[in-house]
Design a protein around this ligand. Sequence first.
Ligand code: WTA
Length: 679
Amino acid sequence: MASSSSTNNSTGTHTTAWDKSSLPDQIETFDDYKRLYALSVDDPNQFWKMAAQRLDWYQFPTKIKNTEFDCRTKRGVEIKWFEDGLINVCYNCIDRHIEKDPKAAEKTAIIFEPDTPTETHHRITYGELLLSVKKFANVLKKHGIKKGDRVTIYMPMVVETCIALLACARIGAIHSVVFGGFSANSVAERISDCESSIVITSDFGVRGGKCIPLKSKIDQAVAMPQCTTVKTVLVFQRNYGLENIKDDCSGQRSSLEWTDGRDFWVHEELKAVDDNCPPEPMNAEDPLFILYTSGSTGKPKGILHTTGGYLTYVSLTFKYVFAYEPGEVYMCTADVGWITGHSYVVYGPLSNQAITVVFEGIPTYPDVSRCWNIVDKHKINIFYTAPTAIRSLMAHNDSFVTRTSRQSLRLLGTVGEPINPEAWRWYHEVVGGGRCSIVDTWWQTETGGFMITPIPNLWGLEGGSATLPFFGIQTQIVDKESHLPLDPPSKGELCIRDSWPGQARSLYRNHKRFVEVYFEPYPGYYFSGDGCEIKENGYHWITGRVDDVLVISGHNIGTAEVESALVQHSGVSEAAVVGYPDRVKNQGMYCFVTLKDNVEPVEELRKDLTKTVRDIIGAHVFPDIIHFAPNLPKTRSGKIMRRILRKIVEPDIHNLGDTSTLNDPAVVDELIKTSPRTK
Ligand code: WTA
C-alpha cells in the first residue's frame, strides 16, 4: 500500500524503510507516529522542510520557521513559514499532476453530485479542470483582477465554486468565500470589510429541492450604503436538470435584475478569453484567502490564510489522516463556504491528486438514505461529515442505512462539534458496519487544518475523543482562574504552545484584534476558545466553546451578532443570547428579549424576531427559544450576567454561582419561573 514498509528486525526493535530525508508516504505504525511527532516538535525546521518537499516550488525556501507567539516580546506575535519560498497553490493542485504524468489529465478530479439524484452527475478530469480554471482566471483578469485583489465568492455547492477558488489562487487574487446561506446584509458587511471590487455568484442555487436566490441577494448587498467597492458581478448560470426541481427556478431566472456594465454572465465572458494562463509565482507568505468567522464580540473576523504554509499543512494532513491512496474516492459533505470545504473539499484533496466529491444537496433530501446512496453510486471510500448530520440521520429507522451496501467505505470522519459516544457508535456500527475506523478531527477556521485527530488504525479509539495531536501540534491545557499551564491529566482551556504552518497569520487588516483574541488571553500561547480534558492516556476530549460563540449544527454563531440583530427590531429594547445543550444540533439558541414599553409579547412577535435575525444574518441562523423577559440579571454597573443566564437555560439552577453582585436577585427567580427550559 505505502512505500515505507515496516518490519521487525532481529533485535526486536522496530525499524522502518523511511530514510529520514523525506517524509514517509503513509504513517504505518504507532512507533512511526511517535518518532515523527518527536522530530516535528524537536526540530520543526527539519520536519516541515520535508513536508514542504511534497509540494512543487518555483523557489524552495531556505528559511522554514520564523514565528513569535509571545505578545509580550518586542517583536510581538508574528508568524512566517517558508518566507523566501515561491509557489503557486493552483499549480500544485492541478498542473503538476499532469506535468508529472500526462495520463493524469484523463483522471477524475471532481465528481459532482447534484441536489436531485435523478439529475445526471458529472465527472471532471484534471485536464478539464485545468482548462476551466485557466479560462475563468482569464475572465477575472479581463475584469482587471490582479495579484492581491480581493474577490468575494457567493456561490452554491457546485464545481464552478471550486473553479473560482482555484482561478483566484492561480493569479494571486485573494478569495473571500461567503456561505450561500448568509443574508444580503452579512454579505455586504464582508464585502466592505475586505473591499472587494468583484463578486462571483450564481443566478441561483438548488438545495433540498428548493431554489436559493443568490444573484438577487448580491443586488441587495451591493445596493447597501456600506458596500461601495463592487464594480463587477460575475454570474454563473445553473442550468442543468431544472425540470426535476419542484421550485420554479426558471421563474427566478426570468425575474433577475441586471445592471448593465456591472453584471456579466460567465458563460458569455468565457467565449471571449483564451486557454492560456500561466500560474503566478507567489511568495509563501502572500495571502491566499480570507474567511470570515464569528467572534465573541462585534463583527465577524476576517481570518487570513497565506499560501505556502497553508498548502503544506492541508496537503499533509489530508494525506496522513485519511491515509489517502491514489484512486480512492473521497467525499466531504461540508460546503465550500466554510473552512472544511476550503481545506478538505478543494485544497487538501486536489493537492494530493485525489478524487473529491462535490455534493450540491443535503443529507436528508430526497430522503435520509441520500448520503449512503451516494456512497454506493460513486463507490466512496472515505466519507467525512459533521456530528449534527449523523445525529439527525440516526433519529430515523436504521433501514435507511442498512438497505444500502456501503461496502466501498474504508474510513469515516467527523468534524465541527464534539461527537457524543452514542452517535459515534451508530456511525461506526450502522454506517461503517463495524469495519471502518473513524477519524474525529478537531480543528478550526483559524488552524487551517486538522490539529487533534486519530491517524487510522495506529492507536485505539474512544468514541467522543479526538485522541492525539497531529505532527507539530503541542497542546497545552491552561487553568482559567490561575492562568497556569497544567500537566496532563488535566482539564481546562485548550491552548497551543508553538506555531504550525497552517495557522492563520492575522485578521485581515486587523492584527491588533488577532493578537487580542488569540494571544493575549494566555501570553505565549495560541488560545483556541475551546475547553478540553486530557486523560491519563493522553487522549484529548473537547468539551466545547468557552467563549460567547455557539456551535449549532456545525456552524459557529457569535451571540453578540444575534443580539445586535434582535435589537434592530423596533419592538426590542435589550437582548441576551446564550446556548443550551441540544441532542441533535449540539447547541440550541436561547434568546432573552426585553421589549420596549407598550409592546405586547405576542406570538406574532416571536415570528417577526426570528425573521429579523434570519434577514440580518442569514437563513442558517435560527433562534430556538425566544423568552420575553421583563428584566435581565445585571450587575450594579449594568452589565448583563450571561453566566447566570447560561445556568438557567442549561438548566443548572442550583449552581448559579456567585450572585452577590446582582443588582436585583428577584429577576433571576422570575426568569427561572418562566423559562421553558426549567419547567
Ligand atoms: C468545534 C471547523 C469537538 C470547536 C473545522 C471549534 C469540534 C469550532 C471539533 C471550530 C471536534 C470542530 N470535536 N469540537 N472534532 N471540530 N469543533 O471554525 O468548538 O467552523 O473551536 O472550524 O468547532 O469551528 P470552525
